[in-house]
Design a protein around this ligand. Structure first.
Ligand code: SF4
Ligand SMILES: [Zn+2]
Length: 485
């Protein structure tokens, strides 16, 4: 059961555990200017401190031709550093055909992974607007020619930035990131719709009214569109505000955003580093699905990718990653595989049968592993679409008595017609079977919750009273799906 609603459930959980360990995860500072003179005295120490802070990769971004050359040379001499090449909008007035050729040559260097920074800056207006727009378009052309993503700067130029990107995106696919995002929710939505990533820097940690609005955006950007950065030497996050910034401090920004999103630093590191690896083609992106994966203090089991529904809001439609975990299975795991992956169930607050699909399609395995978890002192939750009896051709609930502590069942609609439209079940009578399953489950499972995705045509209050009539008190209202994206 993988709906966006599920994420809401995580966010609203009572005891958000915000820890400071990153386990096997790491951060990427996707935007800094290591070539700048502010680092001349201690560049090697700065790079070392980043490693100590578990910032595995640094993307140093060119702001002009000289700076782009320096970025490329830093990338050449450090395994963990990559380069972006471009001319900052401030200096757009100096851009000419030769500059284009120089950038093209630098872009073809092995460790150049992006074009930028480019974009529009109407705050200082060091170059005229029309020139900035022209040069921005030249960088987009360069990105197309090289196949690299764009790193975009936009300050007080939201409308023109979106217009230029939308025009370009209308012709051909372009990829990239809006760095040091300072826009509003509307702008974030628009960028996400166009497939761009949104990167947050130090200002999201500041204590001001503007930062509070920014924090709201940082809390809402979908997992598969968020990145973090420092923009060092500028914009140091709290508690270093006003001082020189450096890549190690991306950890403070990441910690703050993790808190805003109600997840651990480790979760945020995984989510953002997978995005960084994918966007910039750095390192190895996981290619095979994991069968057990931690989110906060719970362990999730990826039992199957199959499902009896084809919900229009299913996260499976959006890609193979959930919270930075690759979940596309090559083979479905056996009970033994799952038990091996769990290790000690007592280490987690609960073991959740979830799957990037419907776990009760593999009832035998779920039952066996749930029994083993209980025998070994763990707690069991099953997230399901409530069609377990339908797909197994019998009432499976009595068999789960004593094995399952909680159920999270997706109701998702107040009536059959809405359910058919949104969830596109493969089986006839699926909605009726779901209602029966809910009302029966309260007899066998101590804690039953019903979830609802609030999307077009769903009457949350009607769902709530329907759930009550079925004997479930604890209903869950789920956020609107298109908050962003
Ligand atoms: S298609 Fe299946 S896994 Fe996806 S949201 Fe619907 S019920 Fe859940
Ligand atoms: Zn910058």
């Amino acid at each position: 059961m993988w709906t966006q609603g599920f994420f809401y459930f995580l966010k609203k959980s009572k005891n958000p555990v915000v820890e400071n360990k990153m386990e096997n995860n790491f951060l990427i500072d996707t935007h800094c200017h290591l070539d700048m003179s502010q680092f001349d005295q201690d560049r090697p120490e700065v790079i070392e401190r980043a490693k100590e802070a578990e910032v595995k990769y640094i993307l140093t971004v060119g702001s002009g031709l000289e700076s782009s050359r320096a970025a490329v040379s830093l990338a050449r001499s450090h395994e963990n550093i990559y380069a972006a090449v471009g001319v900052h909008p401030h200096d757009a007035k100096d851009f000419d055909d030769d500059a284009y050729k120089t950038l093209l040559a630098l872009a073809n260097e092995k460790k150049t992974v992006a074009i930028g920074e480019t974009g529009l800056d109407y705050h200082y207006m060091h170059s005229p607007k029309d020139v900035q727009i022209e040069v921005f378009k030249k960088h987009i052309e360069l990105a197309r020619e090289t196949g690299l993503p764009l790193i975009i700067h936009s300050r007080e130029a939201e409308i023109d930035t979106l217009r230029v990107l939308a025009e370009a995106a209308g012709r051909e696919e372009i990829r990239g990131v809006l760095h040091c995002f300072s826009g509003d929710m509307e702008m974030a939505k628009e960028l996400i719709r166009m497939g761009f990533y949104i990167s947050f820097a130090g200002p999201v940690t500041f204590k001001s009214k503007k930062s509070a609005a920014l924090a709201e955006v940082a809390a809402s950007v979908p997992d598969d569109h968020i990145l973090v950065e420092t923009d060092a030497p500028y914009l140091a996050p709290e508690p270093f505000r006003g001082k020189r910034n450096e890549p190690a401090y991306v950890r403070h920004t990441a910690e703050h955003i993790a808190q805003l999103r109600g997840i651990t630093l480790s979760d945020l590191a995984r989510i953002t580093s997978v995005n960084g690896l994918r966007l910039f083609g750095i390192g190895e992106v996981p290619g095979e699905g994991v069968i057990a994966y931690p989110i906060r203090d719970s362990l999730y089991l990826n039992v199957t990718n199959r499902c009896t529904n084809n919900c229009c809001f299913c996260v499976r439609m959006k890609g193979d990653f959930v919270k930075g975990h690759m979940l596309k299975l090559v083979n479905e795991p056996s009970a033994m595989d799952l038990e091996g992956a769990i290790g000690d169930p007592k280490k987690y607050s609960e073991i959740v049968f979830c799957g990037y699909g419907e776990p009760l399609m593999r009832f035998g395995v779920v039952k066996e592993v749930a029994k083993w978890v209980k025998e070994n002192g763990g707690r069991v939750r099953i997230n399901t679409n409530g069609q377990g009896n339908l797909v197994n051709g019998r009432d499976i609930l009595p068999e789960l008595a004593g094995l399952v502590d909680s159920f999270s069942i997706s109701l998702d609609a107040q009536d059959e017609e809405t359910y058919e439209r949104l969830c596109k079940p493969f089986h006839k009578q699926a909605f009726k079977a779901l209602l029966d399953f809910i009302s029966e489950s309260v007899k066998y499972v101590p804690d039953v919750q019903v979830t609802v995705v609030e999307t077009d045509g769903v009457d949350v209050e009607a769902c709530r009273s329907l759930a009550r009539r079925l004997g479930v008190e604890k209903t869950l209202r789920v956020r609107k799906l298109d908050v962003v994206g």
